[in-house]
Ligand binder design. Structure first.
Ligand SMILES: *Cc1c(COP(=O)(O)O)cnc(C)c1O
Length: 397
């Protein structure tokens, strides 16, 4: 047998982390790596954060899982907290981002199919989006690389250009249920929607009584320096998918909705065995204890500005290697002149700094939200050393 025990769907690199220490990871061989990938924007509090690990340990000893058939004091408390913090009136908890998007899609369709216009099933999404890897969420993206081998896709999605309001408007028809958009595309290359685009989508939705849903799985929970990205735009969606940073490393996601948007989500329409179990909820409460705080969020913005400023200055030294810096808060994209994978590998293997590649030649810098100036300086040192020593031909696999 030649297949690996772990189904070989990931091209895993040679770095094999076994322990985390705040903003660093330690490999099997004992070497330390600066973690500016944070499990792809997940470890908001870094690794081994005492508040988070303590909350998980205490909850694990007390009560880990019960069925959603019972009342949930833990889930009610976290849901109320999210309701108080956001536009939402109600929350469904999931175990992942893709499941949060699935619940978002179902909420959008049910809005029209229960008490609205049952013909409105189609969800308009945007090119280069990433919404997850389930059949529904790959169908919601136009990206071929996600579809290959998995046809037929789920019908009922229509793709238009990201940040193009005219195309979005032209796509609305009698079958449209709403828009599903990442306000800041993550995997698609840290591309930020313009203010006019987000405002325009909101107006179109109000005009046509269709729903505006934001996929904030990556950009939410403090990542850009506001609790959710919609606050940055001053535009509230009707439905929002959250995950990644929400559990700080423990798997939990959430679908947030206004009362009106959730009108179709009645008893028996949706469910999850594990979703919102006390252990995940305890982890998320510990994350919110830190992140849902204006002073903390202001600090995320300040760190982001500082890191961005340094990156912008730095790339001028290597005009053949780097093209531009984009993003906001601690969701930063460094655009390379060519495919970034080799450089990401070089930065990791030779200089022990972890980043993530994305579409559009982007190297994603999504560190823990708790980094300090010392980590920023350490990152810039490693990045400078990596740029100085980078020889594309030699590093290429
Ligand atoms: C990561 C991500 C998802 C999928 O989350 P999973 O937890 O991997 O299912 C969905 N949408 C966006 C924007 C993401 O970045």
């Amino acid at each position: 047998m030649s297949i690996t025990p772990l189904m070989p769907v990931y091209g895993r690199c040679d770095f094999r982390p076994v322990r985390g220490d705040h903003c660093h990871l330690i490999g099997e061989d004992g070497q330390r790596y600066l973690d500016f990938a944070a499990g792809i924007a997940v470890n908001a509090l870094g690794h081994s954060h005492a508040g988070l690990t303590g909350a998980i340990a205490r909850q694990a000893e007390t009560l880990m899982h019960v069925s959603n058939l019972y009342g949930s004091p833990q889930g009610e408390h976290l849901a109320q907290r999210l309701v108080d913090l956001t536009f939402a009136d109600t929350v469904f908890f999931t175990n992942s981002g893709a499941e949060a998007v699935e619940c978002t899609i179902k909420t959008m369709r049910a809005y029209h199919q229960h008490g609205g216009d049952a013909n409105r099933f189609e969800i308009i999404t945007f090119r280069n989006a990433f919404h997850g890897r389930t059949m529904g969420t790959i169908s919601a993206s136009n990206q071929e690389k996600l579809h290959s081998g998995f046809h037929p896709l789920l019908p009922g999605f229509r793709y238009v250009e990201f940040d193009d309001l005219d195309e979005a408007k032209a796509a609305i028809g009698p079958q449209t249920a709403g828009f599903l958009v990442e306000p800041i595309q993550g995997e698609g290359g840290v591309r930020m929607a313009s203010q006019g685009f987000i405002e325009g989508l909101r107006s179109l939705c109000d005009e046509h009584d269709i729903l505006l849903a934001f996929d904030e799985v990556q950009c939410g929970v403090g990542r850009i320096g506001s609790f959710y990205a919609y606050e940055h735009y001053g535009i509230a969606p009707d439905v929002l998918a959250s995950a990644k940073g929400l559990g700080g490393g423990f798997p939990i996601g959430a679908c947030l909705a206004s009362e009106k948007a959730a009108r179709g989500m009645t008893i028996g329409t949706h469910g999850s065995t594990y979703g919102g179990n006390p252990l995940g909820v305890a982890a998320s409460e510990a994350v919110l204890d830190v992140v849902a705080d204006e002073a903390f969020l202001a600090n995320v913005r300040a760190k982001g500005d500082r890191l961005r400023g340094k990156l912008e200055q730095f790339i001028g030294n290597y005009p053949d290697l780097f093209e531009e810096v984009r993003g906001i808060g601690l969701m930063i994209g460094l655009k390379l002149k060519s495919e970034p994978r080799d450089f990401v590998a070089h930065l990791r293997d030779a200089h022990h700094a972890l980043t993530v590649s994305g579409s559009d030649n982007i190297l994603r810098i999504v560190p823990p939200l708790v980094i300090d100036d010392g980590h920023i300086d350490e990152f810039m040192d490693k990045l400078s050393a990596a740029a100085a020593s980078y020889q594309p031909a030699e590093v290429a696999k």
